[in-house]
Ligand binder design. Sequence first.
Ligand SMILES: C[S@@+](CC[C@H](N)C(=O)[O-])C[C@H]1O[C@@H](n2cnc3c(N)ncnc32)[C@H](O)[C@@H]1O
Length: 185
Amino acid sequence: MEDNWLADFLPLIDPDYPLLELGCGEGKDTDWLTSRGYELICLDISSKWAREAWHLRACPSVQADLSSGLPLRTHSFSCILASLSLHYFSWATSMAVLKDLRRVLCPDGNLIVRLNSVNDSNFGAGQGEVIEPNYYLADDRYKRFFSRDDIQRLFDGWQLSALQEVETRRWNKPKMAWQFSATPV
Ligand SMILES: C[S@@+](CC[C@H](N)C(=O)[O-])C[C@H]1O[C@@H](n2cnc3c(N)ncnc32)[C@H](O)[C@@H]1O
């Protein structure tokens, strides 16, 4: 089923500049945006997804671990998209990632975010070994699920807009996620 969640955020994207997509994966958001004329630079830890972004969608792409410091210049993007790619990390690493995103984003730029919700029981919320509150290890993979309060704490120093919990049908089962935009203050 087509997932039009980005429609609400299009006014935040300047069509004259490429936006940075973190954790592009198989490219559903990439396709949605490129089919509407937007230019993207894609980043993924997986060389397969980074290659596909380049070869199938003609998007310049980088294979990199976003938790190791982005290999990108300070204030180089006015918009960054991170859909379901910021949930793999410990709290300390998540904070470091947010600090780095603030560095790469222009001062008045926008981060468009989608995060797993603590209510996302179809995709592992509350399941596995508890490593930190709302952060689990299951099947050798670390995964974090967010409450509203977690988001407000992690994004302290950012102005959040349009924060809402939604059910998405992008995958084979309903998934509960938070979506919002954030701008540094
Ligand atoms: C759940 S998928 C989301 C894909 C797409 N953004 C979407 O919303 O449909 C998460 C993506 O983040 C990538 N990823 C996971 N850890 C990462 C990391 N440390 N650095 C960069 N990308 C990462 C994965 O390879 C995967 O493509």
